[in-house]
Design a protein around this ligand. Structure first.
Ligand SMILES: Cc1cc2nc3c(=O)[nH]c(=O)nc-3n(C[C@H](O)[C@H](O)[C@H](O)COP(=O)(O)OP(=O)(O)OC[C@H]3O[C@@H](n4cnc5c(N)ncnc54)[C@H](O)[C@@H]3O)c2cc1C
Length: 417
């Protein structure tokens, strides 16, 4: 990878900033956890046991999960439990994206319940000084199969624009499904109205490609209504999909024509294995890039595109990739965009890449931790993604472990351990 442009001013190697908020005990615990996550057999076993333990209510395993992986990656079981984490982060100038992490609940009552929960989270965030964003998943308020059906119809009309495609697809639904869809739109509208009133932004997570078309269309539709002065709604762009630069371009055409802010969160993407498996099973071209290098290239191009057109965008650089983060800061300074510009933000998941978050914060750049919360049984899919992502010694785990070891050694050398 091209490293020539890396900024000299910010270093992600400074572990004293990165882990200042962790006591010796917490740091040793994180060391233990990441060492264990480098053991593929243990991870395989854990991934099988986690859902079973929760389903069959094994209290012992639930306590182990709560004291280890849950504590590392999740803010608490309730909104109130996240307060101490958020307050601690604020001391270091780190903001929070609150994520009510319930995944996979279905049924109208569950969707209404999630909508109310999202609204609670927005109203709570508005009372706090360092929670400018909340994140939502559309599958929290809509039936997966309904989204999938809309997606399928939308892809048959690829020549029309995104919003017309959604309208056309809705017209093909049964009368009951049309009513069901109307409720989904009303739920999202309700969330956006409360968000706008409270000046909190809502980040719509990107999910599986086979439901993403209606999610994109809804996010754009809401942007046209709510993003007139500031980005109340942000969509998420997954650059591990080879078609997303085109989508970014076409979404800019719609939002700039309507003079609204295009809120985007740029990510690489979290469902790669699942996407590839489904493409093989159903015999279609995988939507995922053929290599990590190609994903990296498109992430870089997306950063360049958004920063070049920054007057039309509100941008969140959501990545643990050190190069991407540094490159973004470099592009911003070349474009004379102030590090604390209201339309620029960086974010990493809670429990990961503290070296990036805390060093960016130390350089007065607007940065947050994405902080999920919810009952253990509901955040299991999220925890499983984190365990999988952190299971390669050569990848993220290796990086986290070596930083933690470096900080433990540093504290020892200055007599603080
Ligand atoms: C604040 C925040 C919000 C997020 N929100 C979402 C979201 O809404 N939806 C979502 O899907 N994800 C989301 N993610 C997760 C994100 O998509 C990535 O899975 C994760 O951040 C790892 O990518 P990276 O840029 O941090 O770093 P890296 O470690 O540099 O990249 C790893 C990523 O590269 C890609 N990749 C790896 N190997 C290959 C390969 N062989 N071929 C092609 N691509 C490859 C994969 O996407 C993998 O996750 C979010 C992450 C953050 C930090």
């Amino acid at each position: 990878m091209d490293n020539t442009i890396l900024s000299n001013t910010i270093s992600f190697e400074d572990t004293s900033h990165a882990f200042a908020y962790k006591s010796n005990g917490q740091l040793k615990k994180a060391h233990f956890l990441f060492s264990q996550m480098g053991n593929p057999l243990l991870i395989q076993l854990g991934l099988k046991l986690m859902p079973l333990a929760i389903k069959y209510k094994f209290p012992f395993i639930k306590s182990i999960i709560k004291a280890t992986i849950f504590q590392q990656f999740v803010g608490g079981e309730t909104l109130m439990e996240t307060a101490s984490v958020a307050n601690e982060l604020e001391k270091y100038n780190v903001k929070v994206i609150l994520d009510y992490g319930v995944e996979g609940g279905e049924g109208e009552a569950a969707f209404d319940n999630s909508t109310n929960e999202f609204i609670n989270v927005i109203e709570y965030a508005a009372t706090q000084s360092n929670i400018p964003f909340i994140s939502i998943k559309i599958t929290g308020i809509a039936r997966f199969n309904l989204l999938e059906k809309l997606n399928e119809i939308m892809l048959k009309n690829i020549d029309s624009d995104l919003l017309s495609r959604l309208q056309l697809a809705v017209s093909h639904l049964s009368e009951n499904e049309k009513l069901e869809w109307k409720k989904v739109v009303t739920r999202l509208e309700k969330i956006c109205v409360v968000a706008q009133k409270n000046k909190i932004s809502v980040l719509v997570d990107a999910e599986e490609s086979w439901i993403q078309e209606p999610i994109d269309a809804m996010a754009i539709e809401m942007s046209l209504r709510f993003n007139k002065e500031k980005a109340i709604i942000y969509n998420t762009i997954q650059l591990y999909r080879h078609s997303r630069l085109d989508f970014l371009n076409s979404s800019l055409a719609i939002t700039s024509k309507n003079t609204v802010v295009n809120g985007v969160k740029l990510v690489r993407g979290a469902y790669m294995e699942k996407e590839r498996k489904r493409a093989i099973e159903k015999n279609y071209l995988s939507p995922i890039q053929t290599s990590k290098e190609n994903t990296d290239k498109d992430y870089k191009k997306a950063l360049e595109f958004c920063i070049k057109n920054i007057k039309h965008f509100a941008l969140i650089v959501a990545s643990h990739n050190e190069y991407s983060n540094l490159y973004a800061t470099q592009l911003l300074s070349a474009a004379n965009v102030a590090p604390n510009d209201a339309n620029i933000h960086f974010s990493q998941l809670y429990g990961m890449s503290d070296n990036i978050t805390f060093n960016l914060a130390n350089a007065t750049i607007s940065v947050s931790k994405y902080l999920p919360f919810g009952p253990i049984k509901d955040v299991i899919p999220y925890l499983m993604r984190r365990a999988q992502e952190n299971s390669s010694v050569a990848g993220q785990t290796g990086r986290e472990l070596s930083l933690i070891k470096k900080e433990l050694q540093r504290r020892k050398s200055v007599g603080k351990l």
